[in-house]
Design a protein around this ligand. Structure first.
Ligand SMILES: [Zn+2]
Length: 127
């Protein structure tokens, strides 16, 4: 069971109340579970709430572009290619290796790269 946090901005601590708190991210606002001091409005989160909000914000892409780096486009035959930062690649696709397939497409004005899952290789050979 969660312990309700206390607001220590007062002569004696005030018990905070559960509240939905709007968190601002570069990509938008995320309403998240937290606590608010009924006396001064100070907003607090416990560790689990912080973790959940961060996870949700990441899923929704609210952090904007994370870990961005500048890369150069290179001519490969008639296409342009870009190399990927190995550390960034390892973070998201830890088992990626040369020759693996990725799906590349657009999401609004962004280019998105994601791994092709093992089971969808069958779809490709059927086509
Ligand atoms: Zn307070």
């Amino acid at each position: 069971m969660r312990r309700t946090p206390m607001c220590h901005r007062h002569a004696s601590p005030v018990r905070c109340l559960p509240a939905v708190v709007d968190l601002e991210y570069p990509g938008g606002t995320l309403p998240a579970e937290g606590y608010r001091c009924p006396r001064c409005g100070h907003e607090l989160f416990d560790a689990e709430q912080v973790e959940q909000a961060q996870k949700r914000a990441r899923e929704l892409g609210l952090h904007g572009i994370e870990r961005s780096s500048r890369r150069k486009l290179r001519q490969v035959g008639s296409s342009l290619s870009v190399t990927l930062d190995p550390e960034l690649l390892r973070e998201l696709f830890p088992h990626a290796k040369a020759g693996d397939e990725v799906e590349v497409g657009r999401e609004g004005s962004r280019i998105v790269i994601r791994p092709v899952r093992a089971h969808s290789k069958r779809d490709r050979s059927a086509a």
